[in-house]
Design a binder for this molecule. Structure first.
Ligand SMILES: C[S@@+](CC[C@H](N)C(=O)[O-])C[C@H]1O[C@@H](n2cnc3c(N)ncnc32)[C@H](O)[C@@H]1O
Length: 483
């Protein structure tokens, strides 16, 4: 099989079946429509005899193509024998969805269902999509020894881990997922993946990893109908259990990063709910809510995802799901990221927050620094902070807002232009500090100089400044300079 996959990859590369090649062949409009899962413009753009267009129609768009139009070198008989295509009446149809991926590799999955298609099979293997890309961009770029991809599906996270991890274990409860993932890895030239079948951490008893990543079956529904998105666990228990169990499988210093959904329940603070999951782990933890939907939006999203709108069961499924949310007093469902780090600290830090705006990508390029700021700021005593040399975040801006002509602004805002792009309203002392600190001098004499300028009592300032500064350091507005 590997030989067949190697030859197929070579043919793809020679023909230009790559992310850039597909975009060029389709043009911006059809390529953008395809990224919205709308194939019609792409079908129109690939109607000619171009070999690349034929590959796109066959593997990505799922259209039957004339055998006579197959690119020279496409091993049709071997592909049919391997079950990857069927040939009937002189037309070839692929049995899988196979597309180039942003890593330069390929992902193989089941074809996405569209309205009017037959119902999804319960063991459907979902293709790489927006959520896969979200997790991939969140994962730390730090090279690691052992990595685990829990719920590998089509195997896409392994494509991102390849070259960064010395050893990769990938698990999934669905054996079909592992079959298709092996094809993705083979086609991407990745050979040494240890694929294991089973639920949660069952396939890796007693084993520890430097990095655990998971885009889990996070969808919260009354019944686990589709394993690609629903675990069958009660409510948001799967994500909670994943978080709770992860530390048993983290090597010292190891990190676990996952996407998750969580419930907002009437009368309960969602931050306490998710913070509670993290606090139980004994690890440093950072949870970010990127979006929240009301129950009806959520049900519609996932019924649409399985192309169930317009089907006879739509209303019944919708009502059951919504009624189930109502009975559990669910007011919303949060979507977000969770990062755990087994720092070994006896004083673990947990931060749960909402970040709805666009952030610099990939977050994985600076996620370790974000976690370092959160934990470092928390563990700094006031005396250590006063002795520390601070530097402002790269590219930070100050905005002064007030009525025209006013001598003093009514608000001063510090705004990060990089990383998480946070903004914070600050007082004159923090603003002055942002203007003068450059990593050269300890905080203490800088505060004394600011006190002299503002006429404040230096001791008062020394006593009260650390609290606000600690939070600005945790949020990355200031870094402790070590140079
Ligand atoms: C949303 S897909 C993620 C696929 C892929 N990792 C990605 O990033 O796109 C979730 C995967 O978790 C698997 N899964 C479902 N229940 C599971 C369980 N109890 N234990 C492990 N994996 C499970 C599903 O089969 C599916 O492949």
């Amino acid at each position: 099989m590997n030989d067949l996959l190697d030859r197929l990859r070579e043919l793809f590369l020679d023909t230009g079946y790559t992310i850039d090649g597909v975009r060029e062949c389709l043009g911006d409009v059809a390529a953008t429509a395809l990224s919205r899962e709308e194939p019609v413009p792409a079908l129109r753009a690939t109607e000619g005899d171009d070999p690349l267009g034929t590959l796109i129609r066959l593997w990505w768009l799922g259209a039957a193509v004339d055998v006579r139009r197959a690119p020279r070198g496409l091993p049709v008989e071997e592909l049919a024998a391997a079950g990857l295509v069927t040939v009937e009446g002189g037309r070839i149809t692929s049995t899988v969805h196979l597309q180039p991926w942003e890593t330069g590799g390929y992902v193989v999955s089941d074809r996405k269902v569209r309205p009017g298609d037959p119902a999804l099979r319960a063991d459907h293997v979902v293709g790489a999509g927006g959520a896969s890309a979200n997790l991939a961009q969140l994962v730390s770029r730090r090279p690691v020894g052992r990595a685990l991809d829990l719920g590998t599906g089509c195997g896409v996270q392994v494509l991102h881990l390849d070259g960064r991890a010395e050893e990769i274990v990938a698990t999934d409860v669905n054996p079909r997922a592992l079959d298709l993932a092996r094809l993705s890895w083979g086609l991407s030239g990745i050979r040494e993946v240890d694929a294991r079948q089973g639920s949660l951490f069952d396939p890796v008893p007693g084993e520890r990893f430097d990095l655990i990543v998971s885009n889990p079956p996070f969808v919260i529904s009354p019944a686990g109908r589709f394993s690609y998105r629903e675990s069958g666990f009660q409510a948001d228990d799967f994500c909670r259990d994943l978080v709770r169990l992860a530390p048993r499988h983290l090597a010292p210093g190891g990190t676990c990063q996952l996407l998750a959904n969580w419930l907002h329940v009437g009368g309960e603070d969602w931050q306490d709910r998710v913070g509670g999951w993290l606090a139980e782990t004994g690890c440093d933890g950072w949870a970010v809510q990127r979006d929240v939907q009301d129950p009806a939006e959520y049900v519609e999203l996932w019924l649409r995802d399985a192309a169930e709108q317009g089907t006879p069961r739509y209303r019944e499924l919708y009502e059951d799901w919504l009624g189930w949310f109502e009975s559990a007093n669910v007011t919303g469902i949060g979507f977000g990221w969770i990062t755990l780090n087994d720092s070994g600290s006896l004083d673990p830090v947990v931060r749960v927050e909402e970040l709805g705006h666009r952030v610099e990508l990939p977050v994985g390029g600076y996620v370790d620094e974000v976690l370092g700021s959160i934990t470092g700021a928390h563990r700094l005593t006031d005396a250590e902070l006063l002795g520390a040399r601070l530097a402002p975040a790269d590219g930070m801006l100050e905005e002064r807002i007030g009525p025209p002509g006013a001598e003093d602004p009514s608000r001063i805002v510090l705004r990060q232009t990089r990383g998480l792009r946070r903004s914070a309203q600050v007082g004159t002392v923090e603003a002055a500090l942002a203007g003068v600190c450059d990593g050269q001098y300890p905080l203490d004499p800088l505060l004394a100089a600011i006190a002299e300028l503002t006429g404040e009592d230096p001791d008062d300032l020394r006593a009260k400044a650390p609290e606000g500064l600690r939070s600005l350091i945790a949020e990355g507005f200031f870094h402790i300079s070590t140079g």
